[in-house]
Design a protein around this ligand. Structure first.
Ligand SMILES: Cc1ncc(COP(=O)(O)O)c(C=O)c1O
Length: 380
């Protein structure tokens, strides 16, 4: 064999150099590292649903007869059912491989091409879900970061200011409830953002735990997109089903752009079955909402936690006088997995997904123990 010695790494697009691989440790490895069996892990780090899919979804996945067939590329039956669930004409709905795919698809639809057109800038409001900035960078778009306030609210006046100074159209990604704090975007703030030259992508991944979706606004607004998912409330994170509610003018472009078989048949079937099992799904949502209140109340007993109100299926606390490493060590010693964040000014936070009552007890007991032991020597 002869020929060119390729330097493949140098040929990869420059934007890719700055991206971080996303590869959380698989559960069996976590279990091995912590020395506990996998079924004893208390996994509260990814805002998953501890109750799993509804019985009907499990049953229909088990009996699914079409593994050898290609799925419906435009998910007709599922879109009809979603339309009925959210009260929006299915002509506005596109289903994706998780809402992650729809974040990417939306950005790809607007990214400027060599012949011009498109939108070059994306507004991001950190701390928030990291995938907006990730996919914007992956699509060669410029991310303009406007940090949230200490209470995690969006500084709308700063956005208005920016748009006044430079009124070119931009995409703005807003999670409501926001991840990691669980706060909702106020209606007044949304109205002010929609009045600007912005296409607002409202990410309602957790809205079932809050109520008050704006999905039904989409047909009446030109510059609003709403993203939703079956990953959280429906317990289908592993199957990857999300959907977007898009303005009619835009959705044709997205149909043309998307991969033909983006949502597999099992995923479509499970989502459809969940929508036929709404009583059970809603009962579980109610259980998680009640458990969220119990978790918040329990956490508020610890002076070293500043606990935020949440409208989602997770609760964020800022650590004060105890170090993240001490909390992580204490939790992992009990097989408890939580999500930890560090802010640019030395802030440390822990985000706890709402689990079962027994899981709440385990977390609260671990915090009580941490307090009793003085934070393991390097904290409290
Ligand atoms: C705000 C937000 N949006 C979207 C997602 C991704 O959801 P999906 O599983 O549908 O891709 C998450 C997942 O954590 C999230 O927190």
């Amino acid at each position: 064999m002869s020929g060119t010695a390729w330097n493949l790494a140098a040929l990869v697009g420059e934007r890719v150099q700055g991206l971080q691989e996303y590869a959380p440790e698989p559960l069996p490895e976590v279990a091995r590292r912590l020395g506990v069996s996998e079924d004893r892990l208390i996994k509260l780090d990814a805002n998953e649903n501890p109750y799993g899919p509804t019985p009907r979804a499990v049953e229909r996945v088990r009996a699914f007869p079409y593994l050898h067939r290609y799925p419906d590329p435009i998910a007709r039956r599922l879109r009809e059912a979603i339309g009925a669930y959210i009260g929006v004409d299915p002509a506005h709905i596109l289903v994706g491989n998780g809402s992650d795919e729809l974040i990417d698809l939306t950005l790809r639809a607007f990214r400027p091409g060599p012949k011009g057109g498109g939108i070059a800038q994306v507004l991001d409001f950190p701390p928030t879900f990291g995938m907006y900035a990730f996919y914007a960078t992956a699509n060669d778009m410029t991310v303009v970061r406007i940090p949230r306030g200490a209470d995690f609210s969006i500084p709308v006046a700063a956005v208005e200011d920016l748009c006044r100074r430079d009124p070119r159209p931009r995409l703005a990604f807003v999670a409501s409830p926001n991840n990691p704090d669980g706060g909702l975007l106020a209606e007044e703030a949304l109205e002010r953002l929609l009045a600007l030259p912005l296409i607002v992508v409202l990410d309602e991944a957790y809205i079932e735990f809050a109520g008050g979706s704006r999905a039904a606004w989409v047909p009446k607004r030109q510059n609003l997109i709403v993203l939703r998912t079956f990953s959280k409330w429906a317990g289908l994170a592993g199957l990857r089903v999300g959907y977007g509610v898009f303005p009619e003018e835009l959705i044709g472009a997205l149909w043309r752009l998307k991969s033909p078989y983006n949502v597999n048949g099992l995923a479509q079937e499970a989502a459809l079955a969940t929508l036929e099992d709404l009583d059970i799904a809603r009962e579980r949502i109610a259980r998680l909402v009640a458990e969220r209140a119990r978790l918040i109340e329990g956490l508020r007993r610890f002076a070293f936690l500043h606990v935020y109100e949440s409208q989602a299926n997770f609760v964020l606390s800022r650590l004060q006088g105890v170090h993240l490493t001490a909390v992580r060590r204490a939790m992992e010693a009990r097989g408890i997995l939580l999500r930890y964040f560090e802010g640019p000014n030395g802030e440390e936070w822990v985000r706890i997904s709402v689990g079962t009552p027994a899981q709440t007890e385990a977390v609260l007991e671990a915090f009580a123990n941490l307090k009793a032991n003085g934070g393991g020597g390097d904290g409290l």
